[in-house]
Design a protein around this ligand. Structure first.
Ligand code: ACM
Length: 780
């Protein structure tokens, strides 16, 4: 999602109660793992599992691996590779022994199962004491059987595959992930690692977001400036300039056509189709920067270093339509997939409305409003794609102004667009922002990376049902499936990308593949630790945060006592110690809040079957000072309209770790809820400044600047609902300390009494920067 578009924010708030990162942990809702009887340790859960008698078969390095024919041998080799990479033994394809072994049989003539067959991704896996056979009628099916077998033989099973007959086929044909390579760029190796992991989850569609306001990432031979000019931006703030010389440090990257072919071929071998996205008519700034004649205004543009929704649209000239068709011609040449994505989202029409030339074109083309103008463009591209044997897919805005019946809709602003489109007979992929956006953070942990701290928990992603209950039965086949979307405004590094994707992609995979009756979140949680073991073997930096312990407390400052609440967000068992010794399976099982007197350090970890789930225990030190201190991520936002909460990273240093802040960019105001204020006379606030690098289109008026009365503004302290007269004001300085922070001391007119909310905000229109609170400490 385009980071700051308000539409999804409002939608998500209207449609569903979403937790904020700094809401208290939902301890009571955490379900905890519970393996269903008969389950096999496979994600996504197979359609049908029949446990048979006997002990099963143990795969060891001595096990033979057999396959006949090129395709089956290819799958056998992929199986051997996946098994070894997942922590299993190394098998030698083609080695035959007397003891039976693993066989891959591709029988294109006989249906291997009665489960549905379009496209054919079915397989049957049979395991007995004599050996294991995987059969399928297609290479893709055989490959999925291989991924199931690799899971059965790893993740703690030590190669023992239970005696079982699995008949398996997917529920949906579109099981996707969108990756935004425009906001941040990923290397081929990083993309291949994601593709490997997708395939191991039986995901089959990689939607590649290649163009946006901040970058054009695909080489187009006919228009070299698209990448010469459009693939570089100067990052906002300190990161965009050399600290010594002040010279610009551009952020660049694009994929040559040869590299794109390499990605497509790599994905194809993993049975993943690659769908390119060329976004029109909005998200077009990088293209217009390269070829100004494509834009509506005469003002020169640069690829943007801000996030949000921008007014820059392609113009409506015939020459621009031809440019887009020429681009699509090269796209079609490269990408063999049936679909081409043309975006269509978030194209605010201000420039078209204001342009006499566009209005004249609309008259010529018979478009009575700007929606119809957009629709005209989409229809034109749709016709072009049809002529080239391709199908058009776009975000749900393409419904506005009318859409050709054969176009497919990707529903992101909730599921309503998808419901409408499917009811009208369009094919639909469901990818609602409320459940399927991987830039929304998954827990309230302070260890989450930058992103959107409206939580999209693993449970929420898992619970998403792609077929709306109100969709007529005869239209349900139009729901092709679902897709997770990974927009990367905040995702600068491969580790953060992997953190955001995993394990949530496992939940997406299960919804995409497993029949409804096999979807069971508690059973999924019991199968997940084995999958985590494989993630570690693959070197995947999956999120630790869902496996940490959430620590919350109430305190009585006067007596120095704390009551500490522990929980794992997913409901895994929690154990803890306060004596400094390592937290292992013998540590105390947490059953109720613990009472302690400061100073005390609580170490806690979540466990499954006696094994800790996170790489390190959660450690929380309570001291007399800590009871008087809160970090930004422990504070709430202030009440009132206009909330756009982000978890933002500092803009510097250019290299190395950067500070991260939770901030409501519409009203930068932090609230310590229900603080014990008795006797408090002063506050110390550690504050920093980050670039205000957002454009919000029509949502811009939501941004509230409290008027400043001093040259650089002031910090204000209030009690209650954050709206009354300030208790104290501290002038803000012109510059920060060498570490990028400043400590502001506020003295209150008199000592406070009682409990209540304490609000801290910064005044002034500080753009292009904004103040952020790092930490507040109270003192008597
Ligand atoms: C989107 O998030 N603008 C598709």
């Amino acid at each position: 999602m385009r980071l700051v578009s308000l539409a999804p924010l409002l939608l998500s708030m209207a449609f569903a109660p979403m937790a904020l990162a700094n809401d208290p942990p939902a301890i009571d809702n955490a379900p905890g793992p519970q393996l269903r009887s008969g389950s096999v340790m496979v994600i996504p859960a197979p359609a049908q599992v029949h446990r048979t008698t006997g002990e099963g078969f143990t795969i060891t390095a001595a096990t033979s691996l057999q396959a006949e024919g090129t395709a089956a041998r290819r799958v056998a080799a992929q199986f051997a590779d996946l098994l070894a990479r997942s922590g299993g033994p190394t098998l030698v394809p083609g080695k035959v022994t007397a003891q039976g072994g693993v066989r891959f049989v591709l029988d294109r003539s006989a249906p291997a199962t009665r489960l549905p067959a379009t496209p054919d991704e079915r397989y049957v896996l049979e395991s007995t004491a004599r050996g294991i056979t995987v059969r399928a009628t297609s290479e893709a099916g055989l490959f999925y059987g291989a991924t199931t077998l690799a899971q059965l033989a790893t993740g703690g099973s030590n190669g023992l595959v239970p005696a079982v007959r699995i008949e398996d086929a997917p529920r949906f044909t579109w099981r996707g992930l969108m990756l935004d390579s425009a906001r941040h760029f990923q290397s081929l190796d990083e993309i291949k690692q994601v593709l490997d992991a997708m395939a191991a989850h039986k995901l089959n569609t990689f939607h590649w977001h290649l163009t946006d306001d901040q970058g054009w990432r695909m080489e187009i031979k006919r228009y070299p400036k698209l990448t010469e000019v459009g693939s570089c931006r100067i990052p906002a703030g300190d990161g965009g300039h050399d600290a010594v010389t002040g010279a610009p440090r551009p952020y660049c990257g694009f994929y040559t056509q040869q590299q794109i072919r390499e990605v497509i071929a790599y994905a194809a071998a993993l049975h993943i189709q690659v769908i390119p996205e060329i976004d029109v008519p909005g998200h077009a700034t990088a293209a217009i920067a390269a070829y100004p004649g494509l834009g509506v205004l005469d003002t020169p543009l640069q690829p943007l270093s801000e996030w949000g929704v921008f007014p820059n649209l392609f113009n409506t000239e015939e020459s621009t339509f031809i440019f887009l068709e020429n681009v699509l011609e090269e796209v079609i040449d490269l990408f063999p997939a049936a679909y081409v994505h043309v975006g269509g989202d978030e194209a605010v029409k201000d420039q078209w409305i204001a342009s006499a030339r566009v209005q004249q074109r609309m008259k010529e083309l018979g478009a009575t409003d700007e929606m119809q103008m957009q629709s005209h463009l989409i229809k034109r591209l749709e016709t072009f794609l049809e002529q080239h044997d391709r199908r058009l897919i776009g975000w749900d805005e393409i419904l506005e102004g009318g859409l050709p019946p054969q176009a497919t809709v990707m529903s992101w602003r909730g599921t309503e667009g998808g419901l409408k489109a499917a009811s009208e007979g369009h094919d639909v992929v469901m990818s609602p922002v409320t459940d399927m956006y991987m830039d929304y953070l998954q827990t309230a942990s302070p260890n989450e990376p930058p992103g959107r701290p409206l939580l999209t928990t693993l449970a929420r992603t898992y619970a998403f049902e792609p077929v709306p209950a109100t969709l007529a039965a005869d239209k349900q086949h139009h729901i092709l499936g679902l897709q997770a979307n990974m927009f990367t405004e905040h995702t600068r590094t491969p580790a953060r990308l992997q953190h955001n994707l995993f394990p949530r992609l496992a939940a997406v995979a299960e919804t995409g593949w497993s029949p409804v009756q096999q979807r069971d979140f508690r059973d999924f949680l019991a199968r997940l630790p084995a999958q985590l073991e494989r993630y570690r073997a693959w070197g995947l930096a999956y999120a630790q945060t869902p496996f940490e312990v959430t620590v919350d407390h109430q305190d009585d400052r006067r007596s120095g006592s704390v009551q500490v609440h522990l929980a794992n967000p997913l409901g895994y068992e929690v154990r803890y110690r306060t004596d400094g010794q390592p937290v292992n399976a013998d540590a105390t099982l947490y059953t109720s809040p613990l009472q302690a007197t400061v100073p005390v350090t609580v170490q806690a970890a979540a466990f499954f079957n006696g094994q800790p789930l996170a790489a390190a225990p959660t450690q929380t030190a309570y001291t007399a000072r800590s009871l008087l201190t809160r970090r930004d991520d422990e504070l709430l936002t202030c009440p009132g309209p206009g909330q756009l909460l982000l978890r933002l990273e500092d803009d510097g240093p250019a290299d190395g770790p950067r500070a991260v802040f939770n901030v409501n960019i519409f009203t930068p105001c932090w609230r310590w809820a229900d603080a014990d204020l008795t006797g408090i006379r002063t506050l110390k606030v550690r504050a920093g400044r980050i670039p205000y690098y957002f454009q919000l289109a029509h949502d811009e008026p939501q941004r509230k600047f409290e008027a400043a009365t001093r040259p650089h503004g002031e910090m204000k302290i209030r009690r209650g609902d954050c709206s009354g007269p300030a208790l104290a004001e501290v002038p803000l300085p012109a510059s920060l300390g060498a570490d990028g922070f400043v400590t502001l001391d506020a003295t209150l007119p008199k000592r406070l009494t009682g409990k209540g909310d304490l609000c801290i905000n910064f005044t002034g229109d500080t753009r292009p920067a904004m103040w952020v609170l790092d930490e507040v400490t109270l003192a008597e």
